[in-house]
Design a protein around this ligand. Structure first.
Ligand SMILES: NC(=O)c1ccc[n+]([C@@H]2O[C@H](COP(=O)([O-])OP(=O)(O)OC[C@H]3O[C@@H](n4cnc5c(N)ncnc54)[C@H](O)[C@@H]3O)[C@@H](O)[C@H]2O)c1
Ligand SMILES: [Zn+2]
Length: 253
């Protein structure tokens, strides 16, 4: 949160001053500090106000993660699992094996997942700084995740939790529309569960509220949205889905 706010302030103060990011949460170390997106949430939509602004340097020290509350630590695993799902299947195998040590926050394991995640994100961002094409795959789990954050009210779900539930729904949509196998889908959902993250959209959330939130998505295209799907683990692409198609995957498990 501090990185987003300070980044936005740095981008606008005097039309831009130098910025160094010092991320202290797992989410910030593996995701938000890198890539230049800075934004502030607005009651009607996530990150409605913001700027692209690259830091001059990022200092990610995994020692800070030792004091992070458990729930905040686990939510960071959502974005880490995302990188494996969209572009790095061997990373998922590594996560499956090392998860207990990661959850114990062994420094060597933390350093390994933070640097692997940052290099995956850097690969994508370097090729597409302003999200014209390939960078869109980083939104895997985020279309429904953001809608969930807004519909449930900011704070009910941490970002990584909402993304986790959004990824589980994206798995179902990928099975329906992209030929993702049952076995691969199940494998990803199991990993999300093992990380202690949600895999379902709460049944008491009204579809109408989610739809309203989906309609405000920056990736909206008419009565649909550009949605990130995976055809196998480690391979992602975007496809336009109608809102009806997206909502159809919501409350199935
Ligand atoms: N700009 C981007 O690309 C991007 C990407 C992902 C998420 N985000 C945004 O980031 C925000 C969430 O940020 P976050 O996940 O970094 O959490 P956060 O900044 O909300 O921090 C979570 C909690 O942990 C505390 N904390 C932080 N570091 C700590 C430490 N080392 N030890 C103990 N406590 C610590 C904070 O005070 C806070 O209470 C969301 O608004 C999300 O939308 C932005
Ligand atoms: Zn995210």
């Amino acid at each position: 949160m501090v990185g987003d706010l300070a980044g936005f302030a740095a981008a606008t103060f005097l039309r831009g001053v130098g910025l160094v990011q010092l991320p202290t949460t797992l989410t910030a170390q593996v995701d938000s500090a890198l890539g230049g997106k800075t934004g502030i949430n607005h009651p009607v939509a996530k990150n409605l106000i913001g700027a692209f602004y690259q830091p001059r340097m990022i200092i990610a020290d995994v020692a800070t993660l030792q004091s992070l509350p458990e729930r905040e630590f686990r939510e960071g695993l959502g974005e880490i699992i995302k990188y494996g799902a969209i572009m790095d299947e061997p990373m998922l195998t590594g996560l499956e094996r090392a998860l207990p040590a990661i959850l114990r926050r062994e420094p060597g394991q933390l350093q390994a997942i933070v640097s692997r995640s940052l290099s995956r994100k850097a690969d994508v961002v370097q090729s597409d700084e302003h999200e014209g094409g390939r960078r869109k795959i980083l939104n895997f789990g985020h279309t429904l995740g953001h809608a969930l954050e807004v519909a449930a009210g900011y704070g009910s779900f941490l970002h990584g939790e909402a993304v986790a539930a959004g990824m589980a729904a994206a798995v179902r949509l990928s099975q329906m529309h992209a030929g993702l196998s049952e076995a691969e889908g199940r494998r990803l959902v199991r990993l999300i569960e093992a990380a202690g993250l949600p895999t379902a959209i709460p049944a008491d959330l009204r579809a109408g509220d989610l739809l309203e939130a989906l309609k405000l998505d920056k990736k909206r295209a008419g009565e649909g949205v550009e949605f990130v799907l995976i055809d196998r683990l480690g391979s992602a692409f975007t496809r336009r889905l109608d809102f009806d198609q997206v909502l159809a995957a919501l409350h199935q498990t």
